[in-house]
Write a protein that binds this ligand. Structure first.
Ligand code: FAD
Length: 475
């Protein structure tokens, strides 16, 4: 402790705020480079105290997230507890089921994992490096950018201490305190666009002996045009269900004020789910209504001293299942840049941070926009016959033209091509599908010769750029 009440970060070369999934993973990346890392986490240690892991009990992890964990040798351990989801299972109002595969074959699927389980594994992995110290119940409440001091409040007794940092990285999520502090500086700006939809988590309990009461290997969707219910499987046989519904209007959370309202709404709209949902009305009123926001801000750094990363820099809505995957990819990219800029012994942090912003911002903006678009696809289009025809044609093209045709969904979910290029490729595939589906009654009627021509002239240049940029980032 210094005379002015401050402490140093214990000689830490990097100080992180937030030990969520992204902060914990980043700590391990930095530690494996030989850096010492201190992490200040607002919550108690979830490995010792039973606390909620926060938003969404489970989430989907896919190629970008798996790749980042693989770089640290953590993917196998994490995926042991995952449930593969091979496609969407659509539930109509009358309870009819229709399965839409995500990938071109059985090997392409996304993985449902427990957020809490994942976070615990990643915190333990960080500590096991021997270079990471996580301080729990320590909430960042202020930053003095001139003196390089972080102000931390102890959540157990309210005491405030000041911690000196060399390099500070805010991985403190969508409501980042570090971002708020940066926004006080001249030239810093942020746009926060809340979705006017909330979400409510519900639960389907496991069947006898931990069995799954609905199809295990699927992400279930009850699409109802302006709103939807979804369910993701958990390893123990249960499903976490999430209702996404407007705050106002009809139907909306504002209308569901009594047990009868909730019961009537669910029976009318999600009849086949009702017998499975555990204590529907009680859970509905006990669980909080979650909010969703898209955050875009710039810059993400203060010189070579402070950086935002993960949701703190670019929170997105959850409809592409990419928020955490994108945050994990941030770690991969930062690590790649560090490999390039860590000359001799000193790291040129300012160059590293500038390069990181330049490489990432355009991609995180692209996934933010695609995530909003995907909400409309999930809640509305998946039940539209025209959309289903296009999806069926798309599947035929992916199999007929392997390597030459890739859907936007596949580029985002099953590859690591920059999100920006996946977005651009999606515009081209939309045009190609529109042209091929014009006047078509069924997918088998598709004109493959014309498809081949369109793919070679329109899509090939974009995909070529995708593979080129990907191989450059590997090199
Ligand atoms: P967070 O997970 O928010 O972690 C931030 C950490 O910082 C927390 O531990 C918090 O306690 C701590 N903290 C906060 N403030 C302070 C402070 N002042 N001082 C100290 N510590 C602090 N993503 C996917 O990839 N796939 C999905 O399927 C998916 N589904 C989702 C479903 C829902 C309903 C929602 C809301 C999100 C979903 N996401 C999904 C997005 C994903 O949850 C986030 O992108 C991810 O959690 C971001 O990780 P993070 O570590 O950056 O932030």
């Amino acid at each position: 402790m210094r005379a002015d009440g401050s402490t140093t970060g214990g000689g830490a070369q990097v100080t992180l705020v937030g030990a969520g999934p992204v902060g914990s993973l980043l700590a391990t990346f930095l530690a494996k480079r030989g850096l010492s890392v201190e992490v200040f986490e607002r919550r108690p240690d979830m490995r010792r105290e039973a606390i909620s892991a926060g938003r969404s009990i489970n989430l989907a992890v896919s190629t970008r997230g798996i790749h980042a964990m693989h770089e640290l040798g953590l993917d196998e351990e994490v995926l042991k507890q995952a449930v593969p989801m091979k496609g969407r299972m659509i539930h109509s109002v009358s309870g009819q089921l229709a399965f839409q595969a995500y990938g071109k074959d059985e090997n392409e699927y996304i993985n449902s994992i427990s957020r809490g389980g994942l976070n615990k594994t990643l915190m333990t992995a960080a500590e096991q490096t021997g270079r990471v110290k996580i301080h729990f119940n320590k909430k960042a409440v202020g930053v003095d950018f001139d003196r390089h001091m972080l102000e931390v409040e102890d959540e157990t007794d309210g005491t405030i201490s000041r911690v000196e940092y060399d390099v500070l990285i805010g991985t403190d999520g969508s409501a980042s305190a570090i971002r708020s502090e940066m926004l006080r500086l001249p030239g810093y700006a942020s746009s926060e666009s809340p979705l006017n939809y909330g979400y409510k988590e519900l639960c389907i309990l496991p069947g006898e002996g931990g069995s799954f009461r609905i199809e295990k290997n699927a992400l279930h969707i009850w699409p109802r045009h302006t709103y939807m219910l979804i369910a993701l499987p958990n390893f123990d046989g249960s499903f976490t269900c999430t209702l996404f519904l407007s705050y106002e209007g009809s139907p909306s959370f504002a209308e569901l004020t009594s047990r009868q309202d909730v019961s009537r709404f669910f029976n009318e709209q999600f009849g086949d789910a009702v017998p499975l949902l555990d204590e529907l009305e009680d859970t509905f009123f006990t669980n909080p209504t979650g909010h969703m926001v898209t955050v875009k801000c710039e810059p993400w750094n203060v010189g070579g001293r402070v950086l935002l990363l993960g949701d703190a820099a670019h929170a997105i809505v959850p409809f592409f299942g990419q928020g955490m995957n994108c945050g994990f990819e941030d770690c991969t990219v930062l690590n790649e840049i560090l490999n390039r800029y860590a000359r001799t012994t000193a790291i040129e942090w300012q160059e590293v941070f500038s390069q990181f912003l330049q490489l990432r911002r355009v991609n995180t903006d692209a996934i933010a926009d695609m995530a909003v678009e995907n909400f409309i696809e999930m809640r509305d289009k998946v039940a539209d016959p025209q959309f289903l025809l296009r999806k069926a044609v798309e599947k035929l093209l992916e199999n007929r033209f392997p390597g030459e045709y890739r859907s936007r969904y596949a580029l985002v979910t099953f590859s690591r091509v920059p999100y920006r290029l996946a977005f651009e490729a999606g515009l081209v595939t939309d045009d190609i599908l529109a042209e091929l589906c014009r006047g078509l009654k069924s997918a088998d009627e598709v004109d493959f010769e014309k498809a081949g021509q369109l793919i070679r002239t329109k899509l090939a240049p974009v995909l070529q750029q995708c593979w080129q940029e990907l191989s450059m980032s590997k090199g």
